[in-house]
Ligand binder design. Sequence first.
Ligand SMILES: [Zn+2]
Length: 236
Amino acid sequence: MSTELLFRDDAYLQTASARVLAVQPNGIELDRTIFYPTGGGQPGDSGALVRANGERIAVTNTRKGEALGSVLHITADGSQLQIGEPLILEIDWPRRYALMRLHTALHVMSCVVVAPVTGGNISPDKGRLDFDIDIALLDAQHIERETNALIARGVNTETVWITDEELDARPELVKTMSVQPPRGAGRVRLLKIPEIDLQPCGGTHVANIGEIGGIRVLKIRSEGKHNKRVEIVLAS
Ligand SMILES: [Zn+2]
């Protein structure tokens, strides 16, 4: 079953109404959702499903189901929900907003370190990218200074959609070797940070990169021949 992904058009929705589509042993499916499912290095959202009687059912994680467009809301006690039942959705907003700031910060940083990206991950308190580069070329102070200078431009981010064919014609857009953009839906979503970055991404981002504030490089270390890891935190 297919779920309308409200966070794709508005990553700032903290609450919304929805109805139960299916109650699966491995999660609850809804007709629409603001919960981001784990993917592209960004963890799934947590929060609550609120029933009409005020009862709150905790969502501990969100992930994609097997069918294209299906989203599973993981709950400990959701089996009592009824098909068609109306719910109010609430995400853990401080956690998600930290993820959005860090996620967008990684986009900016990927333009300071000019090398293929071999991996990446985000958690609410830190984010990292792995690069295929000589570690001697990674300088924490330089990365921090240049990334923060770009963040200080305070430009608005934009979502752009292109077709699979347009993406195939522009392979240089795909910097991340380990995470190929999702295909099969006929079109691919890009995050555009004007004059800084343009790359396929299905995640959630801040509307203006100034919201990141600034970053600090926590650690640079080798994780193998082709993985030199740069770990960052938000400066405030
Ligand atoms: Zn992204």
